[in-house]
Ligand binder design. Structure first.
Ligand SMILES: Nc1ncnc2c1ncn2[C@@H]1O[C@H](COP(=O)(O)OP(=O)(O)OP(=O)(O)O)[C@@H](O)[C@H]1O
Ligand SMILES: [Mg+2]
Length: 517
């Protein structure tokens, strides 16, 4: 994108082309919709020589219209009931409306002008539809400078609306699919991934967000539990309430109770004022209990009481208090195993797993998700480190997609961040610290070891093995063997016999390698 100073000097036509190009680029990258929308209104207005532009989105939760961005700052959270105003008319009927004097049009809602002292004369409003034909929103442009909107303006607005519709299709803003509109709340569109595994997660989030039920998010480290907890909050009716994050691992043992439930003045030495706890702070909103498995046993009992009865006491207090905070908990531990081991209360376990959402590890989400996430992080860190030209080398793509990502999205994010810092704009497998096995120099030591065990050396894949397997250059041979075996299994579509055949080892040896993984 160009700086705004330069854009001001561009012709109207050039601005229009650039706007469309930016939307196209955004669709390809599938990132930063919020950011684009933040400047969208201003740019549309300028490109069309108009005074103002607003993108109204149909809120899939209420059916009403919400202005995600209006370019008058005091009104950026504008809401309209479904049937109101010209935008409401366009949203309902799908008509394109072009009027020269809104003040004489019965469909124009005068409230807004009355409140702000703004005078609207000419209006151009065009529907924004998704590829499924459902209405997503309305682009509304006000007050053409020096006259009325032309048929040519209308043509451009239609193309623009079309592009916006496509952009919305490609983000997780799209709502729950069953209804028109988009989920307009918060940063949900920053959750990247369209794999079947993630569709299941989105579905579960939408369902969970509609209720106040306690939710347990479980998944390996770095799978996005923190991100999804927030997505549940901003997609719920509590979105305007607080989101309070408590990390049970970082709470000092002696202070957990007071942290969670607060304390009265004089409850213990040093408690010289009453302090409210997180449970109280999250009233009306969401309390995110991260790493729930780390909560000490005695506190589990108090938490259970709060979950069941909504009541709690401050440390040193006698009066039972209440809070309606909704709880979302997360864990990367196996709580069922902890119950067996006696370190987690079974009654609390059964209570929290009412709505249990598993976040899939990256290796189960497939190459498309991995690459979409990689592009997403390249865009983020390119901006952060002032390297706007940073991009993935085409050869790096299969390397990224084939890496097993034991640290999941967080590991991928760190690899990309490091690569953006180190690269000369083009990010290749080297910059990512991932070495393509096919390109790896022959390693005699490794070959001897593996040969002694009757296996072909890693790095000499059978000719029909298909895609390259990628391994970090400094991986111990044992780990390399395991990863290689896992990749072979994946290539064989999960068929162990076929994988063992391709690797020229016995099924037992393959099973052993997979078990150790
Ligand atoms: N689907 C996703 N789209 C975009 N970013 C993601 C996604 N999933 C995770 N991330 C990013 O990856 C990083 C790790 O995610 P997060 O901290 O939520 O993981 P976690 O499951 O809570 O990990 P841990 O168990 O280690 O606490 C964060 O920077 C997060 O924003
Ligand atoms: Mg976390």
């Amino acid at each position: 994108m160009l700086g705004s100073a330069r854009r001001r000097d561009m012709s109207e036509d050039a601005q229009k082309f650039e706007l469309l190009a930016d939307l196209g680029a955004m669709i390809a990258r599938e990132v930063e919709l919020d950011e684009l929308l933040a400047t969208f209104a201003e740019r549309v207005a300028r490109a069309m020589a108009a005074d103002r532009a607003t993108l109204w989105l149909v809120d899939s939760a209420t059916g009403g219209l919400r202005a995600r961005v209006a370019n008058d700052a005091e009104l950026d959270a504008l809401r309209l009931p479904p049937a109101r105003g010209l935008a409401g008319h366009v949203a309902r009927t799908g008509d394109v409306v072009r009027v020269d004097d809104a003040s004489t049009d019965p469909r124009w809602s005068r409230d807004h002008d009355a409140r702000t002292g703004y005078h609207t004369s000419s209006v151009l409003a065009v529907p924004v539809d998704g590829h499924d034909g459902r209405r997503r929103g309305v682009v509304q442009i006000l007050n053409k400078r020096g006259g009325a909107f032309t048929a040519q303006d209308e043509g451009f607005a239609r193309v623009l609306a079309d592009q916006i519709g496509r952009a919305l299709d490609y983000t997780s803003l799209r709502g729950d699919g069953a209804r028109a509109g988009v989920a307009v709340a918060g940063r949900f569109n920053h959750v990247i991934g369209n794999s079947a595994a993630m569709q299941g997660v989105y579905d579960a989030i939408q369902r969970a967000a509609r209720t106040d039920a306690i939710v347990l998010l479980h998944g390996e480290t770095g799978t996005g539990k923190g991100l999804i907890a927030r997505a549940i909050h901003v997609n719920s009716a509590r979105r305007d309430g607080p989101f309070v994050h408590v990390d049970c691992t970082t709470l000092p043992a002696g202070l957990v109770e007071s942290e969670l439930f607060g304390h009265e003045r004089g409850a213990y030495t040093g408690a010289d004022a009453r302090v409210i706890g997180k449970v109280e702070a999250a009233a009306g909103g969401t309390l995110f209990l991260d790493e729930l498995g780390e909560l000490p046993l005695d506190l589990q009992g108090k938490l259970l009481r709060f979950v069941q009865e909504r009541t709690f006491e401050r440390v040193g207090g006698r009066a039972p208090l209440t809070s309606d905070a909704r709880i979302v908990a997360a864990t990367n531990r196996d709580l069922a195993a902890q119950v067996k081991a006696g370190t987690f209360r079974s009654d609390l376990y059964y209570r929290v797993r009412v709505v249990d959402i598993e976040l899939p590890p990256l290796r189960r989400r497939g190459p498309d998700d991995i690459l979409a996430l990689a592009e997403h992080f390249v865009a983020i860190y390119a901006r952060r480190y002032g390297k706007p030209a940073a991009r993935l080398a085409p050869e790096a793509r299969p390397v990224l997609a084939a890496h097993p990502w034991p640290g999941n999205v967080r590991e991928l994010e760190h690899a990309i961040e490091r690569a953006v810092v180190m690269c000369d704009d083009v990010i290749d497998a080297d910059a990512l610290g991932l070495l393509a096995v096919d390109d790896a120099p022959d390693d005699d030591a490794g070959a001897d070891d593996a040969a002694a065990d009757g296996a072909p050396p890693a790095g000499t894949a059978p000719p029909d093995a298909g895609a390259a397997v990628t391994l970090p250059a400094d991986l111990p041979l044992e780990d390399a063997e395991r990863r290689y075996a896992r990749a072979a299994l994946a290539r064989a579509g999960g068929n162990r016999s076929a994988a063992a055949r391709a690797l020229q080892i016995s099924r037992n040896r393959l099973a052993r390698l997979l078990r150790d993984a």
